[in-house]
Design a binder for this molecule. Structure first.
Ligand code: ADP
Length: 188
């Protein structure tokens, strides 16, 4: 059973790595960013409320994301484990997750921090914007996402380090090497 949180700046490779490992372990990869983008495309009530925040690189209001995660983590497929990618993203969300996991009688096995220098993240995201056409991958919005990360999400590194749940992995290497390092630290 594996229950992991992936932390790291936008463009660190959380999505790629989380997807690979979740497939390997046959557990759900839960990406709040993907769930929200899907809701935006489908024009669901959640998507309609989330769209303007996501397009500006701001965090979607906590209540929307908390409801979404409560519902997602209550699905039967999460019994076998999960990888959370993009959640929690601030201290309020982290506190909510603690309570939710307690209610669901689930524990988190560890928090992985994927470390990548700022300038590498910026050039990766600018490159991705051209390839995938994500509307929040323009330079202005990317800069805002990095700022939001630093102000609101980075404090979670200390939060989980204090609780001795944090492991760091160098994300500035070829994807297969990052996967190998992740497997090593998660198995140990
Ligand atoms: P990245 O990590 O590259 O920014 P994501 O797909 O994880 O990409 O997130 C994209 C956007 O989705 C964020 O900028 C934010 O607007 C929204 N989002 C994702 N997860 C959350 C969350 N936990 N809380 C609030 N907003 C979120």
């Amino acid at each position: 059973m594996t229950r992991l949180i992936f932390l790291g700046p936008p463009g660190a490779g959380k999505g790629t790595q989380a997807k690979t490992l979740a497939q390997y372990w046959n557990i759900p990869h839960i990406s709040t960013g993907e769930i929200l983008r899907h809701a935006v495309r489908e024009l669901t009530p959640l998507g309609i409320q989330a769209q303007s925040y996501q397009e500006r690189g701001e965090l979607v209001p906590d209540q929307l994301v908390l409801d979404l995660m409560q519902e997602r983590l209550s699905q039967p497929d999460t019994k076998s484990g999960w990888i959370l990618d993009g959640f929690p993203r601030n201290l309020t969300q982290a506190g909510f997750l603690d309570e939710l996991l307690q209610k669901l009688a689930q524990g988190c096995d560890g928090v992985v921090n994927l470390e990548v220098p700022d300038e590498v993240v910026l050039s990766r995201l600018l490159g991705r914007g051209k390839k995938e056409g994500r509307s929040d991958d323009t330079e202005e919005v990317i800069r805002r996402r990095l700022e939001v990360y630093r102000q609101q999400t980075a404090p979670l590194i200390e939060y989980y380090r204090d609780r001795q749940q944090l492991v760091s992995v160098n994300g500035n290497q070829p994807p297969l090497d990052v996967t190998a390092d992740l497997q090593k630290v998660i198995d140990s």
